[in-house]
Design a protein around this ligand. Sequence first.
Ligand code: SF4
Length: 350
Amino acid sequence: MNKEVRALAAEFKAFLSSREEDDLTPAACNQAAACISATGEAASDTTPSLLPSAAETQPQDHLTIEFAHVARSASTGSHCAGNAPTASAPSKILPTAHEAAAASSLPGVRCAEAVSMQTAQADTQDKTEASHSLMQETPMTPQEKQAALDQLAEEIKNCRRCPLGQTRLNAVPGEGNPAAELMFIGEGPGFDEDHQGRPFIGRAGQLLDKMIAAMGLKREQVFIGNIAKCHPMVNPADPQARGNDRAPNAGEIAVCRKYIERQIAIISPKYIVALGGVAAKALISDTKSLGALRGKFHLLHLDTVELKTPVKILATYHPAALLRNPGWKKDAWADLQMVMAEMGLKRPQA
Ligand code: SF4
């Protein structure tokens, strides 16, 4: 264990006992809360519940995907007064089980001019793409995995399938070990990630680095990514503003999820840690609250790719939520220790 890992682990240990206050302004939180729905990430992460809400338990046999109309328009200054979905976006939706579950539970921007998008084509197209590129009988070498991930990253960087692609500064495909045994998956890039095109590099990312080190691992040994690959913003007209982050809505997740699924299929990890309620609900395909999903492993099933080997997924708090709510740190550490026990990892000595 080198000095760097030991130092990060020691910092995380110190973090566990600290009562650090969040540096997000109440105004920024309120603005985000006003734009995402009341059932969004902020709500799920700040008020963990052991029982699903009435809305979460409602069966849903139809999915309407709503995109916020976004335009980086100085003249209107409104993120709701923008353009229609991109030409390459699908036109008809027949939801998969994952999408229906996600749509019933995940936050959505409900702007007045949101449009319904229907996507039977997307489902078929995604499955065709997956079957062409990933349904290999022989395991890929790490070099082949890296090449496949690089090719996919190029595809993501050119993607404009949802409105987030119009307002991002950089797509954030994800990074790390192409043959990682463990993946960490969050909901979407924030300000720092959008500016640099890398996942989890802001303050929350620094905490994630410490959490990884506390597990006895280095960041380079795992793969880190998000479900949505482009920055969801409260006000897409102002990507230079901090505190402008929001969770991806159900429509954005439904359109973008094929990328994280293909990354999972390529990497073929044994374990995934879903960071936060949005990522957990989307990946586990369950409408329950993060509080109800935490504390146990779930078996991963994907919409667009058939996994060749089982993948166990465990949900925990997003590092940004831990910064806002230090009281949840011990629970998060307990979650990580479950993963460590499964992987046979020992905490590094300080
Ligand atoms: S968020 Fe995903 S689907 Fe939307 S433009 Fe970015 S890469 Fe494409």
